[in-house]
Write a protein that binds this ligand. Structure first.
Ligand code: SF4
Length: 147
C-alpha cells in the first residue's frame, strides 16, 4: 500500500477530562481517527480537521451592577477563526444590571448562530435601580470607556 499521500495529524481530545491522544490519518478528504476511547473522539478529531470550533468564555461590562463585569460564554461553539473577532465585539458592549445566570444577553452575535449567555448573576446597585431596569437588557456600545 502506498502511503506517500497519507498525512498524519496528532492532537488531544478535549471533549472530556480523559484527554485521549488522537492520531488522525488523512488521505485527501477522508479521515481515520485512532486513539479515541469513545465515539466522541472520532467526531472531535474530524471536526478539528474540517471545521474547528470553540466555546468562548470571557467577561463583559455591566452597567449599574454590584460588580463591573459578568462572566459569559457562547451558547455553542463558534468557528475558531472567529474567536478573536467575537472577543473584540464583546469588549465593545455593556449590559444593564440586574443580570441572571443563564440569561441571554445577546442573540446571534456576528451572525454566527451563537447567543451570549451570562454564567453568573449580578445584582443591581440598589433597589431603585432594580425596579427601574428596562425589561429588555439592551446592549450599549462603549464609546468612551466610561460606564
Ligand atoms: S475520546 Fe472519548 S474518552 Fe477520550 S477524551 Fe475524547 S471524549 Fe473523552
Amino acid at each position: 500500500m502506498d502511503n506517500s499521500d497519507l498525512i498524519i495529524h496528532e492532537l488531544i481530545c478535549i471533549s472530556c477530562p480523559m484527554g485521549c491522544h488522537l492520531k488522525i490519518r488523512q488521505r485527501e478528504r477522508s479521515w481515520l481517527v485512532s486513539g479515541n476511547r469513545c465515539p466522541r473522539g472520532e467526531t472531535y478529531g474530524i471536526q478539528e480537521m474540517t471545521d474547528p470550533r470553540r466555546i468562548i468564555t470571557t467577561t463583559v461590562r455591566v452597567r449599574g451592577g454590584v460588580r463591573p463585569v459578568v462572566s459569559v460564554k457562547t451558547s455553542q461553539p463558534v468557528p475558531k477563526a472567529k474567536v478573536f473577532e467575537v472577543i473584540r465585539e464583546l469588549a465593545q458592549l455593556e449590559f444593564n444590571a440586574p443580570i441572571q445566570a443563564g440569561e441571554v444577553l445577546f442573540s446571534n452575535l456576528l451572525g454566527l448562530g451563537a447567543d451570549i449567555l451570562a454564567t453568573r448573576s449580578v445584582e443591581a446597585q440598589g433597589k431603585n435601580q432594580t425596579e427601574s431596569r428596562a425589561k429588555t437588557n439592551a446592549a450599549f456600545p462603549v464609546t468612551n470607556g466610561i460606564a
